[in-house]
Design a protein around this ligand. Structure first.
Ligand SMILES: C[S@@+](CC[C@H](N)C(=O)[O-])C[C@H]1O[C@@H](n2cnc3c(N)ncnc32)[C@H](O)[C@@H]1O
Length: 401
């Protein structure tokens, strides 16, 4: 199989990075060939004779051609003849996925972590394959921190609509999406942004997606923010609840609240004994409520503290100089949602997976998973949560600081 020139871009940049950011074409040809595991035949293949009857090494010509493209894009510079060097932009590119790039960072028996943008990845999924798309997207403004530039409210809604409609055909008929979407304040004002209202309006007017239910994550360790309105001027409350919008095109999408039964506070027989009276004065019927169903039906509110991830993960990040993810959700929340909407063996996808909380929950619950993120650093750090992984060691060696 011939390696396309597009596929050479990342290995070229990572070979340069491995060599300290500056190298010579000769060394780079060998490093890229090694990284791609080329056979002797692929490495030595000659081009057809040119007008002067000369042939050239086809692989080296492709690498030079790729280097020219990278130079045009500002990723590589040539400070002097015969020297190639990686620019700051090139370094960034190695850590933030750009259009067209889909790279497996590691695999487990249940899933795959992919370094890619969701806009690119969506085209690689088969139709009618996903049982649950579970994700927590960055909120408007926070997208600036990530790979998409500074998205305002309207652009955030369009970004979400594109994501939802892009993945819609990839969902099974019984599939659903769960979106942990936070409320935020208008920058500089003590009023809320309406991105969620707008998203819901566009969903009902432009798509067949409907809200099946809204779960609310009560973040028990949420800080008082925005500091100005909540802690300083004391005119707003702690924003301790985040909605998880549960949507589907199918009103009867897979769902089972028996999978998330809560521990009874008291045995059912003591709660509403036959003919008992509720606190509001309502007299209970003599059947139904006193039966032991193995637990009580979960409310829409789910309480769990925020988390920086397990200790061994944080220590591994420190050791490798990788960044801590700024917005990790509690694994308990991911498990709760996944159990509610899927069965063991189902496929769960998180297209903005950050520190791979969704993937970790899927491993625990024996669901298959495909999780992706545009940041290689977050995925590389999160790999430590998967002791049974098979990792893309040449990629990781190249990117680790
Ligand atoms: C709120 S975080 C997700 C956190 C995750 N739930 C966890 O527990 O770690 C959102 C993630 O979306 C990623 N992201 C932003 N835009 C993206 C895009 N276009 N494609 C893929 N990932 C993207 C960011 O890199 C970030 O890690």
């Amino acid at each position: 199989m011939r390696i396309s020139r597009k596929q050479l871009l990342l290995p070229l940049i990572s070979a340069l990075s491995k060599d300290g950011g500056v190298s010579t074409p000769k060394k780079i040809y060998e490093a890229v060939a090694d990284e791609l595991g080329l056979t002797h035949e692929q490495r030595k293949r000659q081009t057809k004779a040119d007008r002067n009857g000369q042939t050239h090494n086809a692989f080296e010509r492709d690498v030079r051609w790729t280097r020219q493209t990278a130079t045009r894009k500002g990723l590589i510079a040539s400070p002097e003849r015969g020297v190639w060097s990686l620019t700051d932009l090139g370094h960034d590119k190695l850590h933030n996925a750009s259009e067209g790039l889909v790279v497996t960072v590691f695999e487990t028996p249940h899933g795959q972590a992919l370094w890619t943008k969701l806009e690119t990845a969506v085209g690689h999924f088969e139709d009618n394959a996903i049982d649950l798309l579970f994700t927590s997207p960055p909120y408007p403004g926070a997208l600036k921190q990530y790979a998409n530039g500074d998205l305002d409210e309207e652009s955030w809604v369009s970004f979400m609509m594109d994501m939802i409609s892009g993945f819609a055909p990839k969902m099974r008929d019984t599939g659903s999406m769960m979106l942990n979407v936070a409320e935020t304040y208008v920058p500089g004002l003590p009023i809320k942004q309406e991105h969620l209202t707008k998203l819901r309006m566009r969903l009902v007017t432009e798509t067949r997606f409907r809200v099946l239910d809204t779960l609310y994550w009560h973040n028990t360790s949420r800080l008082a923010s925005p500091f100005r309105w909540v802690a300083q001027q004391r005119i707003r409350l702690k924003p301790s609840v985040e909605p998880v919008l549960w949507i589907s095109e199918n009103p009867y999408a897979k769902a089972n609240n028996r999978n998330v039964l809560q521990k009874y506070k008291k045995p059912p027989s003591e709660t509403y004994h036959m003919g008992g009276v509720r606190p509001g004065g309502h007299r209970m019927s003599s059947t139904g409520f006193s039966r032991d169903n193995g637990g009580s039906i979960a409310p829409v509110l789910f309480s769990a503290g925020g988390s920086a991830g397990p200790k061994y993960y944080r220590e591994a990040l420190k050791k490798e100089g990788l960044p801590q993810h700024p917005a990790i959700m509690p694994e308990a929340l991911a498990q709760h949602c996944i159990k509610l909407a899927t069965d063991p063996g189902d496929l769960v996808v998180d297209p903005m997976a950050g520190s791979l909380t969704t993937a970790r929950a899927c491993e625990t619950l024996s669901r298959d998973w495909i999780c992706l993120d545009s940041s290689l650093s977050y995925l590389a750090g999160a790999r430590h949560k998967f002791p049974e992984r098979r990792e893309n060691s040449s990629l990781l060696e190249a990117m680790l600081p």
